[in-house]
Design a protein around this ligand. Structure first.
Ligand code: MN
Ligand code: MN
Length: 345
């Protein structure tokens, strides 16, 4: 369900369940880009699954950095930077990676059961024009140049795919020695850390460039809300917010100024979007704990919450502004609440 008070507002919700998957033998991918979800101009997402040995082939993204969160299973990545330094990493559920824009990388599902992960890009249009895969490149380069470049005879290249392979199968055996490691790691074990916020109503784990310096353009979070809990009304001064419902059911409000607002209900596999500066809130309206993946297109995390704002002002000012008696204003939360649990103390 989604209700917009005005036709002037876009949809702030998109269901990945309605999106057709790109299915290959060893994995699949489903994407949400600005093409299908117009409000998401600055952030796009791809949900991907790889079987054990399934390899998302060597590629780079010309117009976006990639932020990954492992939902289940085990994954191995390889990445090179422009100085020729490289890193291999193994990830488990709850871990995060960050690949700077343009850096060449690969992603492989590991045993026993492969993996499912969410990729988030800091450009809503990342997909259509700008993923560069190694097989696509070599297939569309004159064979004599490929042969010269790789130092082999053209006859030895008959196995090269004639178009983008996208996902292939590879053994898990890798020669994991690193001769020239980059100064900043691409891996962060998000859910192994202490939560950034812990309240009666839920928990938030957060990873910005403070905790994970290579993640210069993106911040990620996992939010767990108990039934009835409210992530209070707030806004982000310098970032758009993209969220994915891993499990549960939420109600999301958006305020776009000038009397324009919207309320949407999201469930598992739905994506929500809050443009920079829009006032918003998230409430768990299901019977179970809900789990959300949230990503911002800034390496610096900033927010202002309604309760922090109101409580930072004189009571008389708030009373006059809201046309409410002083004794009512005095019952308001005295500082930022962040997550408000269902039961009033
Ligand atoms: Mn990628
Ligand atoms: Mn927010």
């Amino acid at each position: 369900m989604s209700t917009n008070k005005s036709e002037k507002l876009p949809e702030f919700k998109f269901s990945l369940n309605n999106q057709k998957a790109r299915v290959l033998k060893d994995g699949w991918a489903k994407e949400a880009t600005v093409k299908d979800f117009p409000v998401s101009k600055n952030i796009a997402g791809v949900l991907m699954a790889l079987d054990s040995g399934g390899l998302r082939e060597l590629h780079w993204h010309a117009n976006a950095a990639e932020w990954g969160f492992v939902i289940s299973g085990n994954v191995r990545t390889t990445i090179i930077d422009p100085e020729g330094r490289y890193e291999y990493n193994d990830f488990k559920a709850g871990d995060v990676w960050y690949f700077p824009r343009g850096h060449g990388h690969s992603i492989q599902g590991l045993g026993p059961e492969g993996t499912t992960f969410m990729l988030v890009f800091d450009n809503g249009a990342f997909s259509e024009f700008a993923t560069f895969s190694v097989t696509d490149w070599l297939a569309h380069t004159p064979r004599e140049i490929v042969s010269k470049n790789l130092n082999v005879d053209e006859g030895e290249l008959s196995g090269l795919p004639d178009k983008e392979a996208y996902i292939v199968h590879s053994s898990e055996k890798s020669d994991l020695k690193i001769s020239d490691a980059p100064p900043l790691t691409h891996k962060y074990e998000l859910l192994s850390q202490k939560p950034f916020h812990e309240h009666q109503g839920g928990k938030l784990w957060l990873v910005s460039s403070n905790e994970f310096p290579i993640s210069a353009t993106m911040t990620g979070a996992i939010l767990h809300l108990n039934p009835g809990a409210l992530r209070e009304l707030h806004w982000h001064p310098k970032a758009d917010e993209w969220l994915y419902v891993i499990s549960g059911k939420i109600r999301m409000t958006e305020f776009a100024s000038s009397g324009l607002s919207s309320v949407s209900e999201l469930c598992e596999n739905d994506i929500g979007y809050s443009p920079m500066g829009y006032g918003h809130s998230i409430e768990n309206i299901g019977d179970d704990e809900c789990k959300l993946l949230i990503v911002f297109n800034s390496g610096v995390y900033e927010e202002i919450s309604l309760s922090a704002w109101l409580s930072s002002n004189p009571e008389e000012l708030v009373s006059a502004n809201l046309n409410l008696p002083l004794e009512t204003v005095r019952k308001f939360h005295r500082r930022e609440s962040f997550i408000i649990s269902e039961n009033k103390k």
